[in-house]
Design a binder for this molecule. Sequence first.
Ligand code: FAD
Ligand code: SIN
Length: 537
Amino acid sequence: MQTAFDYDITIIGSGAAGLTLALTLPTHFRITLLSKGNLSTGSSYYAQGGIAAVLNDCEDDNEKHIHDTLVAGSGLCHCDTVQHIIKHGKQAIEWLINQGVPFTRNNTQHNTYPYHLTQEGGHSARRIIHAADATGRAISDTLINKVKNAPNIKVLEHHVAVDLITRKATDSPSQCLGVYALNTVTGNVITLKSGYTVLATGGASKAYLFTSNADGASGDGIAMAWRAGCRVANMEFNQFHPTCLYHPNAKSFLISEAVRGEGGKLLRPDGTRFMPEYDHRAELAPRDIVARAIDHEMKRLGADCLYLDISHQSAEFILSHFPTIYQRCLGYGIDITQQPIPVVPAAHYTCGGIVVDLEGRTDIQHLYSIGESTCTGLHGANRLASNSLLECLVSAQTAARAIETSFKQRDTCSAIIPDWDDSQVIDADENVVIAHNWDELRRFMWDYVGIVRTTKRLHRAAHRISLLQSEIDEFYSNFRITGDLIELRNLALVSELIIRCALERKESRGLHYTLDYPFTSDKAKDTVLAPGTVLPL
Ligand code: FAD
Ligand code: SIN
């Protein structure tokens, strides 16, 4: 059986970033696109609210969007990145419209823009284009259909990338030659040799017990890049979405910020509003502020959840704007046209990630990264709502141009890459170890590295992560790999990076709030970690 393959470009990840890149690269490239599940696995498919971009020039402009992004990012955004992404927003949306994405049309707003624009926290204008409350599904379905019909793109579903293959010649930077990937259906590990490799593997919010993310958000790309020698930055800024559905049977279901954008009010169990006491923007303050306010109220009142009420809107409005949320809540016996929705905050988005330049280049030659796996500087210390899909699209299109240009000038590599060797390992006899460690990790990350931190809690987490990692390493060296083991190993590494970054930041800024350093220092500085320079925890 053939286990080695050769492509021009290997894209790991079929979310908004990976799909856009695959479809934007010139069609003469032989591309392979990997997904650890089917092509709709990942956060993109579940995106609800929409994509932020300046589309209605009569009522909005790029400067306002840039300003809102910088305010949300609490002084840590990189201005060149913010300008680049926002300036190319309209073009990216037009590309999606041309691909056939069925965005919601504007029937009600009194302006000339043909699509409905909604509002979310931290935005000073209505600028979120959306497909009702299932924007991600509309984008994914459209782009997946195109990818499946593209003759130059080979799709490999149910393939989990395990590690990057790199070489280092004396006096020259490391170069990426491809990746090893586990076929989770057959159990075989294949070798994918490629001219360029792109990590579009999404975020790491599965490190937390409560999350809006689907299974699979285990930070694999960030972990692989770190092991291969790339710098990683700002991992302490894990965004907690203020409103996930609270119900014993509801797993990871988000209640879109657009519900607040359309007038939804946050309530205590006694029905009183509290957000105006925390911020003059009330329910439309940036996410870090709203999530912390909810956390504080829940702890103060000893409440299991708070409530989000949109019932002031007509049933017709709710059903047309939030059909998915309406149906899902109704399935749990909550009629959102009549009743408030029980909500809690949950881990939602990884603002930090692999350090890349504006074109997606990492520290390793021929290795790029795009989307949530990266730290481009767009989000700073707190991402503005709906700026993530925007970043995925613009970064993918920018990287496509850069890869096309540099592909012509690249050194071709004739190195023989050894196949994956699992002759020294056996099948694991106690998979309960994986399940146990997975649960333990996610619980202590939630308790000790969550919305409000202290140095003592971070040290507790650091101690536990070291113990877990030594157990996981032992397991990894002795037993045949599985999808679960790969994810657990990556999740443990990414959690270590989150803890390290959090311990380095001796201030509170954006999403990182610590009781030991409650103030924001005058000078904003990224937390950048480089492999080989960190001390044991
Ligand atoms: P993802 O869409 O997460 O895709 C990652 C891909 O990588 C998947 O295909 C996965 O299979 C693959 N992968 C990962 N590891 C491996 C591996 N080891 N081997 C092979 N494949 C691998 N943002 C907005 O801007 N607007 C919104 O309205 C919005 N709503 C959201 C709602 C929810 C519920 C969630 C969870 C997020 C939301 N976000 C939103 C955030 C946004 O959806 C994500 O940041 C964005 O979709 C990330 O896209 P991506 O392409 O980088 O990664
Ligand atoms: C939401 O719909 O609230 C999610 C938007 C985002 O994460 O940007």
